[in-house]
Each structure stands twice: as C-alpha cells, then as structure tokens.
Design a protein around this ligand. Structure first.
Ligand code: HEM
Length: 470
C-alpha cells in the first residue's frame, strides 16, 4: 500500500505500460528519452531496466545541482550499480561506499592529474602516430576502431605501465573482444540489463562465452599482479603499482581480488568511453569543414612541436571537444542515486528509496540552454560559460568521473595530432546515427573515414613518432 502511495507521488509517471517502456529503453534509449522529454522536459518517472526499475530522470540543471550537492539526502550508493557486478566484481570503485569509496578515489585520482599528465603528453601523440601510420592511404577505415586502439594503449600504459611484452599484447587482443561481445549491440547489452539471461549453457551460449572470456582476462590480470608482487619496483608510477603499495586503516594491503576488480573497472570505464568521444570528435570535425579550418588555424599558431599543455589549453579545440561531448555525451546519464531522506526536487517531494538519475543527454539537448541543440556549434562554448549542472558529460558530486582530466587531455591531443598531420574525409555523407553500446552512445556505423593524404611536413604542428620504438 505504502509503495503504491509512493508510486503515485512520483513526478510525472509515464503512462506507457512498464514492459513496453522497458523494451523501448533497451532497444532505443534516445527515442525513449526524447519522447518522454517532449511531454515532461524537466523531470519524469520511467520504468526501465539497468540501475533500477522505476527511475526518476532529472533533466533540469537545478535538479541536477540538488543531486550532485545534497549528498546527505540523495546518496550515490555502490549497491545501485549491481548491474555492473558481473564485469567488475564487488571491490570496484563503482561498488564501494563511504570511507572505502573515498579512500580508493584518493588513491586513484592523482595518476590522472598534474605532473603525471606530462608523461602522457608525449605518449599520446606517439601512439596516435603509430596507429595511423599503419592505416592504408585511400582505403576506408573505421575511426571508432582506430580510436579504440589508441585509447586501449593509453589505458594499459596509465593503469599498468604496460606497453610492450607478451601479456600486454594478449590483453590488447582479448579485452576489446571481451567488451565488444557484451556491448556491441542493444541485443548483446541485454545480457547485463536482463539478469535472467545470465545462464551458462556452455561455451557457445552468450553468457557461457562471457564467463569464459572473463576468466581469460582475469588470468592475465592475476598473472601481472603475481609478477609485480614477486618483483616489486619502487620506481614504477602506474596505477597498479600505487594500488599495490596502499594500506587501509588496519594496515592491510589490497588483496589480489581487490586489485583485479579496480583494474578491470579502470579499463572498462576508461577505454571505450574515451575512444567513443574521440570518434565522435573526428566525425564532427570532418562533417563541418569550417570547424576543421578554424581548428587548423588555431593549431598553426602554436608553431612546430608545441608543448602538450599549450595544446590542451587551446580555446577553440576545447570548444570543439566540449561541443562533441554535449551533442553526443558518451554516457547517457549519471550513475544512479537513491533518496535517503524526503527531499524536494523541482517542486516534487521524493520519498526515501526513490532512485534518481541525472539525464546527461536530455540536459545537453535543452533548447533553453543550447539553442538549436541538434546543430554542432563549438562557438557556444566560447560565447558562454556553462555551469557544472548544465554541461555534465562526466557527471559530478561524490561519483563524478575520476578519469575526466585524462580523457579530455587524450581527446584533445589525439584530435590535434590527427588534424595537424593528416587529411581525412568521411566516406559516408549521411549523418551517423547513435546506437547504444552498453551504457555508452556510440556512432552506429563506427565513423567510416579515409586518409586522403598527409599534411605537408612544414605544416605539421603536433609531432609524433611513427616508428615502433614506443
Ligand atoms: C570521454 C570519456 C569519459 C566519459 C564521458 C566518462 C563519463 C563518466 C560518467 C558520466 C560517470 C558517472 C558520474 C556520476 O554519476 O556523477 C563516470 C564515472 C567514472 N569514470 Fe568516467 N568517463 C570517461 C572516461 C573515464 C576514464 C578515462 C576513466 C579512468 C581510466 C574513468 C573512470 C571512471 C570511474 C572509475 C568512475 C566511477 C567513479 C566512482 O564511482 O566514484 N572514466 N564517468
């Protein structure tokens, strides 16, 4: 009875039957969200699958601010992310709460900021050069695949300090296959969305395949952990080394299982998201010739071999990346939050137990914030400053993305390297559609492109190594 009363008080409950909503949500979340927002632009309650059955979606900056800042009443509890458990285990940052969550964030944040970024500043253009030097001239390639390769290598380097050796090669091969098998389409993503499909019916069944591939990835991760334990190297600065040297309040080191869960979390959270953002960036830069032209003009002001930090600070490049993440936020929504004490949200009272998510996609497509929201216009980010509740590709508050600085750095350096050194063109003139890939929104056709030539040497600004000496 109480549940029903609470249900009745939920803001703007959609009238479509729940099973139909769930189906629409799994198959085409964009259409689902846009349809709901036409009726209720600021806040609505939907019946979905994933992080909760009944979810209050918030698309108004004021509501988002409340979610990010009123952490006492609206908590970002790890147990809400249970859907990810089969991938990342129980000890992942996504699953932790309270002091342990804070402690792990404190360990994991520094490697993605400050001084460490200088090291990546050389690595990223070099990896980009290496990946692109292997692509054939005048033959189509998928930008998404090329970006995944760069992003995976950056992740392996930052997380494990691994960029060569047999285990690195194995991980480079196995991890994308593993992730792709789960996320490559709405149908395969359903494995995580609908737990009743998680049946091991042998190696050929979808879930059986998932479990076996996970075991193979785990074997490699545990082997790396064991080797590091046997041969500790105090000079290593990668994240695995940092995690291995950390002790909790009781003085205990992290167990192998805990280390494995954090490693796979970072690979999962960092690899596909950044690659997708960069593929969208390449798409828009080449979809809009004037954007490429302006970008080149800006890059050329830096002269030869610019310092990576100068590239990072370029205003137009920053605006292009922001506009890419606005129009196609890789993540459709924030992680879920749950109401702990009755709270007012946009004039509605939410009762304890109510699950709510900031809807990044719909906030970024609000006409009142971003006029002509379907148009790609980097200038809007030069003309106006948006608050963290209006522009939120990395979420915010207690669960805000820890990889934000690295992802932006990587995106800017890769796009700058590409545009400076290559002439590229889109193969397909039709607009790319959005497709759900797990929890991300990816270009449905992977952004098919072609290298039509290299920019003349004297024009090339961002230097990169094209040899295998990385
Ligand atoms: C363009 C790339 C990326 C996007 C769009 C993105 C987006 C997000 C979003 C929306 C959240 C949820 C925030 C919230 O609920 O408030 C998140 C959380 C997270 N992200 Fe990212 N992310 C990206 C790259 C990365 C990278 C490179 C890493 C690390 C290697 C990373 C690691 C994480 C982790 C560990 C969390 C969970 C934080 C926690 O539970 O405390 N992400 N990300």
């Amino acid at each position: 009875m109480k549940a029903r009363e609470n249900q009745m008080r939920l803001p703007h409950t959609l009238k479509t039957p729940p099973f139909l909503q769930k189906f629409q949500w799994a198959a085409d979340p964009i259409q689902y969200m846009e349809k709901a927002a036409r009726q209720y632009p600021d806040i609505f309650t939907g019946e979905v699958v994933g992080f909760g059955d009944t979810v209050v979606f918030v698309n108004h900056p004021q509501g988002i601010q409340e979610i990010f800042t009123n952490e006492k009443k609206i908590a970002a509890l790890g147990k809400l992310n249970g859907i990810l458990q089969p991938l990342i285990g129980d000890n992942s940052l996504f699953m932790l709460d309270g002091d342990r969550h804070k402690q792990h964030r404190k360990i994991l944040m520094p490697p993605f900021h400050g001084e460490r970024m200088q090291t990546y500043g050389k690595l990223i253009p070099n990896l980009t050069g290496k990946v692109f030097s292997q692509l054939p001239i005048d033959q189509p390639f998928l930008a998404l695949t090329a970006m995944q390769e760069i992003s995976l290598q950056v992740t392996l380097q930052t997380v494990f300090g691994l960029y060569k050796g047999e285990r690195c090669q194995q991980l480079k091969h196995l991890f994308p296959v593993f992730i792709s098998n789960v996320f490559r389409s709405p149908l395969t993503s359903s494995l995580l969305l609908f737990p009743f499909l998680q049946q091991d019916l042998g190696a050929w069944s979808p879930w059986g395949k998932f479990l076996r591939q996970r075991q193979e990835v785990d074997k490699l991760l545990y082997a790396e952990i064991a080797e590091r334990r046997q041969q500790p190297d105090p000079d290593r600065t990668d994240i695995l080394s940092l995690l291995m040297s950390c002790r909790d309040e009781a003085g205990n080191l992290m167990t192998d299982r805990e280390l494995r869960d954090e490693l796979i979390t970072l690979m999962l959270a960092g690899y596909e998201t950044t690659a997708t953002a960069m593929a969208w960036g390449l798409y828009w830069i080449h979809q809009k010739p004037q954007v490429r032209k302006k970008l080149l003009q800006e890059l050329d002001t830096l002269g030869d071999s610019p310092d990576p930090m100068s590239i990072f600070r370029l205003p137009y490049l920053t605006a292009v990346c922001n506009e890419t993440l606005r129009i196609h936020p890789v993540s459709m929504f924030t992680l879920p939050r749950v109401v702990q004490e009755s709270v007012e949200l946009l004039g509605h009272t939410l009762e304890p137990g109510t699950v709510t998510q900031g809807c990044i996609y719909l906030t970024h497509h609000r006409e009142d914030l971003y006029p002509e929201p379907e148009q790609f216009k980097p200038e809007r980010f030069l003309e106006r400053q948006f608050s963290p509740y209006e522009f939120l590709p990395f979420g915010g508050g207690a669960r805000g993305c820890i990889g934000q600085a690295l992802a932006m750095f990587e995106m800017k350096l890769v796009l700058a390297t590409m545009v400076s050194n290559y002439q590229l063109a889109l193969v397909d003139k039709r607009p790319e559609k959005l497709q759900r890939r797990g929890f991300t929104l990816a270009p449905a056709n992977g952004v098919k492109m072609i290298i039509t030539g290299q920019r003349a040497r004297q024009e090339s600004r961002v230097t990169m190594a094209t040899t295998s000496a990385l």
